[in-house]
Design a protein around this ligand. Sequence first.
Ligand code: 5RP
Length: 237
Amino acid sequence: MVLNKIAVFSQTLAMTQDELKTLVGQAALKYVVKGEIIGVGTGSTVNKFIDALATIKDSIKGAVSSSVASTEKLKAAGIPVFDLNDVEEIGVYVDGADEVTEGGFMIKGGGAALTREKIVAAQAKQFVCIADDSKWVSVLGNFPLPVEVIPMSAARIMRQFKAMGGDASIRMVNGSPLITDNGQYIVDVKGLKITHPVEFENQISQWPGVVTVGVFAVQRAHVCLLGGPTGVTTYTF
Ligand code: 5RP
């Protein structure tokens, strides 16, 4: 449920998707608490956030990262990256999404980093989702659902999704299965309409071989900064 919606700009802006990502990446800076360690997600929108974070790097302690790619970008920007095992609590976790609903439920994992994203998000007090308005949906499932799986379970899990009406395939790169940062496969599932995200996430998470399902409902966003033609709109859930 949308509890609060604040339009930051009133005039209509003609911006590209890339510019909208920059806008929300910069807008997320106001959630960064000085002296703290920030949780950092993965993806092209988060890359804009890392660029923005680099401009205030001397005022934060550092970051915990959700992927090898984000770690490399953070380090290149001169931001210290901490091992999550050495950090007890994170105030704010900033990440993108492939889909987000007005309840703060998300599909994530388009960048194959969903497992570490869910782990870092679990340790954060506040999840700030940053996205352009193409990601805003009423029901999750138009974007193919990413599921990280143990390779030997992939065929069985794909059959289980087929029985639910889904069309599942192993994500490929250059003719071979994509291998995640955790050494596993990604199964992408088309054709699902996820009307009860919490129940769905809990159900799929129980299947043997599923490492992480890309529905973020148990750990949903607390805030969404959505970039659109009127600028950044802040949704709090
Ligand atoms: C990576 C993710 C990303 O946050 C999601 O795919 C959105 O990416 P982008 O900002 O590039 O659209 O979940 O696993």
